[in-house]
Ligand binder design. Structure first.
Ligand code: ADP
Ligand code: ADP
Ligand code: ZN
Length: 239
């Protein structure tokens, strides 16, 4: 299964990518996660540059992004497919990916747009947190862990002997100012890739305002080859 998830920050791409990855047995690849991993080393100048750009809510330059994704897609675990979360994010990136896939003789099974209204995204993002060990995503209101001191997915627990290291992580770019900049970037640079994929006949639109389980069902139905003959619902008012 080879799928691209497109949506504004907080739409639910990471949440759904993790579920699809488990269902189809293919890796979910998030350029945001790859960049965050790169910013960990304080002595790495490229990491520092990426960190600065992410804090501003802008796009990391294509030369860096495309090279990184090309290396990732060459890894053996992508042989049977992948779920791309957050790439491509501009028409130029979509064109680069197209070229890469053509060279490998690979076809996409679907490009899924997760539509969510802007007002809802701020609420989604301000309540977002994740497990520091496995990255599983949670929300203060919409998706709390069963035990507030333990990750549902990997079982990691808070270490009472070491209260400095908290189990849960919040992203530094999930603040009101950066979110506005990221939304602006989405509308000006990412949304224009939707007509690119619609013209290829692979774009499916799902209503990301629905519950997480309902969004999963919509995506699975959209990716079902039996449903392929149906024209997807036109985008609502999102983006
Ligand atoms: P979200 O899940 O909220 O959409 P991501 O984790 O996907 O956020 O991305 C965080 C930041 O990483 C973006 O605001 C941007 O600065 C950078 N980034 C992620 N993916 C890309 C990409 N494909 N091209 C350029 N920059 C990217
Ligand atoms: P993205 O990767 O698109 O930025 P996430 O998957 O990280 O988005 O979701 C953003 C936040 O909203 C997370 O805290 C997640 O738990 C929550 N969330 C995701 N999908 C839904 C949904 N359908 N309804 C309510 N909350 C959701
Ligand atoms: Zn975990």
């Amino acid at each position: 299964m080879r799928v691209i998830l497109i949506g504004p920050p907080g739409a639910g791409k990471g949440t759904q990518a993790s579920r699809l990855s488990a269902k189809y047995g293919v890796p979910s690849i998030s350029t945001g996660d790859l960049f965050r991993a790169r910013t960990k080393d304080p002595n790495d100048p490229l990491g520092a540059e990426i960190n600065r750009i992410m804090k501003e809510g802008k796009l990391v330059p294509n030369e860096i992004t495309v090279k990184m994704i090309a290396e990732r897609l060459d890894q053996p675990d992508c042989k049977n497919g992948f779920i791309l979360d957050g790439f491509p994010r501009s028409v130029e990136q979509a064109e680069s990916l197209d070229k890469m896939l053509k060279e490998k003789g690979i076809r996409l099974d679907g490009v899924v747009q997760i539509g969510v209204d802007d007002e809802k995204l701020v609420e989604r993002i301000s309540g977002r947190f994740a497990c520091g060990k496995c990255g599983e995503g949670y929300h203060d209101k919409f998706h709390q862990p069963k035990d507030p001191h333990k990750c549902d997915k990997c079982g990691a627990t808070e270490d009472p002997a070491n209260p400095e290291t908290t189990l849960w992580k919040r992203r530094p770019d999930d603040n009101a100012t950066t979110v506005r900049a990221r939304l602006e970037t989405y509308h000006s640079q990412t949304a224009p890739i939707l007509p690119f994929y619609d013209a290829k006949g692979v774009l499916k639109v799902v209503d990301g305002m629905a519950s997480m389980d309902d969004v999963t069902r919509q995506i699975e139905a959209a990716l079902d080859p039996k449903e392929g003959v149906k024209k997807p619902a036109p985008p609502k008012k999102y983006g």
